[in-house]
Design a protein around this ligand. Sequence first.
Ligand code: 3PG
Length: 210
Amino acid sequence: MDTLSALRAARLVPVVVLDDAADADALAGALVAGGLPVAEVTFRTAAAEDSIRAMAGRGDILVGAGTVRTVEQVDKAVAAGASYIVSPGLSRAVVERCQEHGVLALPGAVTATEVQAALELGLTTVKFFPAGTSGGAPAIKALTAPFGHVSFVPTGGVGPKNLGDYLAIPTVAAVGGSWMCPRDLVTAGDFAGITALTAEAVALAASLTA
Ligand code: 3PG
């Protein structure tokens, strides 16, 4: 299965912020135990690269890098084992470096102009970020009229209360969010709590798409 198909199958992409790479293995285990063998590890902390390496090395979880803004970060993430690269916005340089590495690029795009720019770079799936403040589900539906072959991964302001709005849209490939692995639970070492939140999210997504 290719990376995009795996993200589609998972339906949910947990957005992870790790302050200490020593927690990465336990966090990956918590997500897997909750039924979600997927993570987007954000380059918002110095621990991102080592965390990706630790998680990808397990072999039981699809690991991507998030908050990637530079080609240097792309190189570091891919060298550490990231299978996909998520960016908050659309950078030609970042997308082209991902294509050179042969890894999936998911740049942010929320306007028609940004979606067209992504298409020009050969992409057909984009992150819709920040989803909640960019018009949410109605905005994605409106973009689907001219861009019916484009898939979206809405992220930012998504949680259990509005997950169904996004998953109901056929062009939504998957939904990203941090609600399954809150940073304070990671810091506190409450991995059982993360497994419980993840299992709840997986069950909710399954019930909403049944
Ligand atoms: C991201 O980087 O994708 C977002 O910060 C995640 O947004 P959320 O915390 O609102 O889920």
